[in-house]
Write a protein that binds this ligand. Structure first.
Ligand SMILES: [Zn+2]
Length: 97
């Protein structure tokens, strides 16, 4: 897979993380990353469904406290998820405009 940090094509497998997912190392920038680096699931222990609920209710204008009642996730988790998602969206926007 190409390097998410510098875009270099050549990356090598570089052991496993403590969670057992594959870790890669970039030949060009010498940094390591895992296959979920490019997603908001990177280094998170929330499920796809939980993320979907949080983001969807955020988009519908539900307050953070309201999301808490729906998802059962902690306040900090939700704030950080929403923040990560909006950063991600900003990157996609910048990359394509
Ligand atoms: Zn790189």
């Amino acid at each position: 897979m190409p390097c998410p940090l510098c875009g270099h094509e050549k990356t090598y497998k570089h052991g496993k993380t403590s969670k057992g997912s594959q870790r890669y190392r970039c030949l060009n920038c010498k940094q390591t990353f895992t296959s979920t680096f490019d997603t908001i699931y990177y280094r998170r222990q929330v499920s796809f469904e939980e993320v979907r609920i949080v983001l969807q209710s955020h988009c519908e204008g539900t307050s953070l406290r309201g999301i808490s009642r729906i998802s059962g996730l902690s306040y900090n988790t939700r704030v950080s998820l929403i923040r990560a998602a909006s950063q991600k969206a900003q990157l996609v926007h910048n990359g394509e405009v």
